[in-house]
Design a protein around this ligand. Structure first.
Ligand code: SAH
Length: 339
């Protein structure tokens, strides 16, 4: 069976020839799937009946099923979707400039970050490009930007994540431009370098959380696999190859990575790079029993001031959806649903 929601236009054209249909039909099918969010072939009423039957025979088009929807006081909405053998969470956020969706790129995650709930049950399975798209199509309103910051490590599901970007930015489809998409990674060096070669216009965010290996390892096991100098060198290559500014995410944990000295080290580490630092108070309600407490706002601002003074563009991120466990570090793969 073909996973048609993960197929690009070229692949659908090949499928059309298998069905003895003219190539232009591929565009119609693609539009139905990616622009109009069709959930079945029957609804595609500008296609011949026999062709719809042919598609239904060869392709699976299992819709994701919304299980729950929780709304936060701040307007953020968290969705739990059933993918039949796994579940994922997706978060819809309201900003002045429009709606942003935080999608999951894996069911669960195997990166093991110590402060993040997504790591609790390990990786359940990779999800498909179509299943990432389907999270967007299930939103109740038109979305203007996407962050790949939900459950999972997008570069650990590299092909599906890239295919998702291709599909969601297609003009014939949802047409959400690459510049409105941010991919966040915990720092998989070979994949960052491979991504650089694709020269996409997306925004790359790298979860750094420390200016030295010693500190980074307290949060993220991946820091044992790729030392800081390799990571930073890959980021420099990325910025130079794509000419796109990298965002470094830095979750601030009291007494661990928030001393003024570390702001100086961070500025030194990033000197001369086309980049931007996004500070965020660590969310203590991420992984249970994590011993991190958030740095108070005043000290975050002081940390930001040092970076800014050193010429590093810095912002402090506003946390959304904390009351419904939808904030950074709180998304997770819930146990499989009983049918
Ligand atoms: N795997 C990717 C994307 C998912 S996490 C990555 O690691 O970047 C999205 C962001 O939330 C990352 O920067 C992650 O480090 C951060 N995060 C995870 N747990 C957090 C917590 N408890 N408090 C604040 N940020 C957290």
């Amino acid at each position: 069976m073909y996973d048609i929601l993960s197929m690009n236009l070229e692949e659908i054209k090949i499928l059309m020839s298998e069905l003895n249909q003219p190539a232009y039909r591929a565009g119609q099918v693609f539009e139905w799937l990616h622009k109009r969010g069709a959930q079945s072939f029957e609804v595609m009423d500008n296609l011949p009946k026999a062709m719809r039957a042919g598609l239904a025979e060869r392709c699976r088009l299992t819709p994701i099923r919304e299980v729950t929807r929780q709304a936060s006081k701040d307007g953020t909405v968290k969705f739990l979707f059933d993918l039949s053998d796994a579940t994922v969470e997706t978060v819809l956020m309201r900003y002045n400039h429009g709606l942003s969706v935080c999608v999951s790129t894996q069911a669960g995650c195997r990166m093991g970050c110590k402060f993040c709930a997504s790591a609790i049950g390990g990786l359940v399975r990779n999800i498909t490009a179509g299943e990432i798209c389907a999270q967007i199509y299930a939103m109740p309103e038109r979305v203007s930007s996407i962050v790949m910051m939900g459950c999972g490590e997008p570069l650990d599901n590299f092909d599906a994540s890239l295919r998702f970007i291709e599909l969601i930015s297609a003009e014939k489809g949802a047409n959400i431009g690459a510049r409105h998409i941010t991919l966040s990674t915990c720092g998989l060096v070979p994949e960052i370098l491979a991504l650089a070669q694709k020269k996409l216009q997306i925004n790359l965010a790298v979860s750094l959380h420390g200016a030295s290996d010693e500190i980074r390892r307290q949060f993220m096991p991946i820091a044992n696999r790729y030392p800081m100098d390799e990571l930073i060198s890959a980021c420099r290559t990325y910025a130079e190859t794509t000419r796109r500014r990298i965002t470094f995410e830095y979750a601030m944990a009291r007494g661990i990575n928030d001393a003024p000295q570390q702001a100086h080290e961070l500025a030194h580490l990033l000197r001369g790079m086309l980049c931007h630092v996004n500070l965020i108070p660590v969310n203590a309600k991420g992984r249970e029993r994590s011993h991190f407490t958030p740095t108070p706002r005043k000290e975050i601002d002081a940390f930001a001031a040092i970076l800014t003074e050193k010429g590093i563009n810095t912002t402090v991120r506003r946390s959304l959806g904390g009351d419904i466990s939808a904030a950074c570090g709180q998304l997770r793969a819930l146990p499989k649903l009983e049918k």
